[in-house]
Design a protein around this ligand. Structure first.
Ligand code: F2R
Ligand code: MG
Ligand code: MG
Length: 316
């Protein structure tokens, strides 16, 4: 049935959200560990009976639910959706910051100010970039609007400029992938040129330039040393984009390579998987992986509803 969608925008929306969840679920087995061999990742992917996702997908679901229910961005609604979902499943492996923010909001702090009270200048963790794919899908035709909504959605939990900019960069990469037909080769130079022009912070501009220099690099230690594999947005969002650009024609290779770098593997594989799935479409994600993903039908329904919001906004 899925082949009916092949090459369509709907297939790309489905590929993006399912691509996120599978990257997250496979990567979760290596999170916080060192580099892994590709053979071991493939072996585990075969052995696992269920692919269980973590906070990355759980919060992506929250963003998608809220965008759909509100027919666009509503900060209060999104914050309450995060809180509701967290309280239902607090065991999904959330980062340290978000549960503290949720408590502040429940105690009366406004959704747009609570995050300023966390860390120095707000969080620059990758928690707002890992969940931003639905923003990239919904606003792919208007990158200035995409930037504004990525910043606002980030500011609920991650108000540091590097947190917000990381979310905007990841959303932009998803949008560029959506906007490139899957039967047309990605022009890597052009893709990076567009990201370089889009991103405003000089640290990310530098990182995007480094991605270009590292394409084709065989030494994974060098990739990690330059781009990072950490929990901070500037040390993981550019890495995820790199993982995608290394092997644009294979979702499977993208995710396996992302996990093989070690570190924050669920998150880097989730973000790389989102971009790859958005470019290649749902059919290119191995069917045996899709079949094992928990909650797959619900995530697919969210992707379809986001797609509907884009193609026929008034019918929602
Ligand atoms: N929490 C995890 N992994 C831990 C292991 C989970 C385990 N497997 C389990 O099952 O329980 N992963 C998830 O958290 C990451 C996203 O984190 P988020 O939402 O960004 O959290 P936070 O607290 O905002 O930031 C993370 C850390 O970054 C440092 N940091 C951020 N801003 C800072 C600042 N202004 N100054 C100094 N440090 C700052 C802090 O160390 C934060 O704790 C994802 O990996 C997700 O998968
Ligand atoms: Mg996680
Ligand atoms: Mg993680």
């Amino acid at each position: 049935m899925r082949d009916l969608y092949k090459g369509t925008l709907k297939s790309k929306f489905l590929g993006c959200l399912i691509g996120t969840a599978i990257g997250d679920a496979l990567g979760a087995r290596w999170e916080g560990k060192g580099m892994a061999r590709s053979e071991d990742i493939v072996y585990l992917a075969v052995k696992l009976k269920r692919l269980i996702y973590t906070d990355d997908t759980h919060m992506t679901i929250g963003v998608a639910e809220s965008l759909i229910e509100s027919q666009g961005f509503d900060g209060e609604h999104l914050a309450q959706t995060f809180i509701k979902n967290y309280e239902a499943e607090p065991w999904r492996g959330y980062g340290p910051g978000p549960p503290r923010i949720f408590r502040m909001i429940k105690n009366g702090e406004a959704w747009y100010s609570a995050a300023n009270k966390l860390y120095r200048g707000g969080s620059f963790g990758n928690g707002s970039a890992m969940r931003v794919a639905p923003v990239g899908l919904l606003f792919s035709r208007n990158l200035e609007k995409l930037r504004e909504i990525a910043y606002q959605s980030s500011s609920i939990t991650h108000s540091h400029k590097l947190g917000k900019e990381g979310a905007a960069l990841q959303a932009c990469a998803v949008a560029l992938a959506i906007n490139t037909p899957s039967d047309k080769d990605i022009d890597k130079e052009d893709f990076l040129y567009k990201l370089q022009n889009f991103v405003q912070d000089h640290l990310y501009k530098e990182k995007v330039a480094q991605i270009k220099e590292l394409i084709g690099e065989q030494d994974k230690a060098k990739v990690v040393a330059v781009l990072g594999n950490g929990i901070e947005a500037p040390r993981s969002v550019p890495t995820a984009i790199y993982c995608f650009l290394r092997q644009t024609q294979s979702y499977e290779d993208t995710v396996i390579y992302a996990i093989s770098l070690g570190g924050d593997t669920d998150t880097i594989a989730a973000m790389a998987g989102a971009i790859s799935g958005a470019y290649l479409g749902i059919e290119t994600i191995p069917s045996e992986w899709r079949a094992k993903l928990e909650n797959r039908e619900y995530i697919e329904a969210l992707a379809e509803n986001l797609w509907r919001l884009v193609v026929c906004p008034r019918q929602q």
